[in-house]
Ligand binder design. Structure first.
Ligand code: PEP
Ligand code: MN
Length: 337
């Protein structure tokens, strides 16, 4: 951290600032010249909030050298993290496709979709049991029954399951039965939940908040990593912009940013980013081309009658032809599918 001080800073203010950094176990190196007063702060500055430093009167500007997300950062952990989910490896050159309905609706639906996505080559089954809906009057998910049905689908197909958690109370059940615990966009900064998920040994799929910067997203991952759970998979699911034609705006550059900044695997959700099934295949191919580690795609056997997100759900036949295309593209971009 480098701090530029105001020219007229008093000796008393300088000494207050010095003791602030001493309290944070950091050393100060005075790098001032005749024209500028500059302090270099040496040591672990990750617990120092910039706003706390700006509270000192004589501080003009602060420049961070270290990233605030130490454990998520590539600087500290240069090798890509590979997460093993019941034998399915996520990260490190593999391309993993998770697919299934937005919500688990009934036994026939989830078993039929699970069997069809498996036949097409999906490696993981998705399906929401607890649904975060904008309206309290909309379908909220089958909750515990939904989890039971997901387990039946897992038994029938052998596919590991990914499903969204909404509350800390559900953690024991999810730890027992779920293979990847999804944290939805709306809960990306539910720090209490993130801290609790940091204490378990289970892969976490952390979706990007709809208005979160890449740094905020990595800081959310840091909460989980800081607790000791190093199995975090990031998911870019589109961000809110001024554009209304699509449900969100898929930020593919964020995938590249994460690959530059972090060792964590990052996948893409083309369904929630576009809100339109017709865009899902091409966005999926683009996600593979920019080097994401996989996809999470909504597939429904009867999208017109879906209880949630039918407009962005692929029919099984479309998903099947997408998988065929992805298998052709993967070796060209150096991914294993
Ligand atoms: C979902 O995956 O079903 C979902 C609700 O996604 P998001 O949290 O990205 O909106
Ligand atoms: Mn959905």
């Amino acid at each position: 951290m480098i701090i530029r001080l105001k020219k007229d800073i008093t000796l008393e203010e300088v000494s207050k600032l010095k003791s602030f950094f001493k309290d944070h176990k950091c050393q100060i190196k005075d790098a001032s010249s005749d024209d500028v007063k500059v302090f270099g702060i040496i040591g672990d500055t990750s617990s120092i909030m910039e706003s706390d430093v700006y509270a000192y009167k004589g501080v003009e500007t602060i420049t961070r050298i270290q990233v605030p997300y130490k454990k998520a950062s590539k600087l500290i952990h240069p090798k890509p993290t590979v997460i093993d989910v019941n034998g399915v490896k996520i990260g490190g050159g593999n391309f993993v496709v998770m697919a299934g309905p937005c919500s688990v609706e009934n036994r026939d639906q989830i078993i039929a979709v699970a069997e069809s996505v498996k036949a097409s080559g999906a490696q993981i089954l998705r399906g929401g049991a607890y649904k975060p809906r904008t309206s309290p009057y909309a379908f909220q998910g089958l909750e515990l029954e939904g989890l039971d049905l997901l387990l039946e689908a897992k038994k029938a197909t052998g596919l590991p399951i990914v499903t969204e958690i909404q509350s800390e109370d559900s953690i024991p059940r999810f730890v027992r039965d779920v293979d990847i615990i999804q944290v939805g966009a709306r809960n990306m900064q539910n720090f209490h939940l993130l801290k609790a998920l940091g204490k378990i040994d289970k892969p976490i799929l952390l979706k990007r908040g709809m208005s979160a910067t890449v740094e905020e997203w990595l800081m959310a991952a840091e909460y989980i990593l800081a607790g000791g759970n190093n199995k975090v998979i990031l998911c870019e699911r589109g961000i809110r912009t001024f554009e209304k034609y699509t449900r969100n705006t898929l930020d593919l550059s964020a995938v590249l940013a994460v690959r530059e900044l972090s060792h964590l695997p990052v996948i893409v959700d083309p369904s929630h980013s576009s809100g339109r099934w017709s865009m899902v295949p091409d966005l999926s191919k683009a996600a593979l081309a920019v080097g994401s580690d996989g996809l999470i795609i909504e597939v429904h056997n009867d999208p017109e009658k879906a209880l949630c997100d039918g407009a962005q759900s692929l029919k099984p036949e479309k998903f099947d032809s997408l998988m065929t295309d992805l298998r052709k593209i993967a070796p060209i971009v150096g991914k294993k599918l």
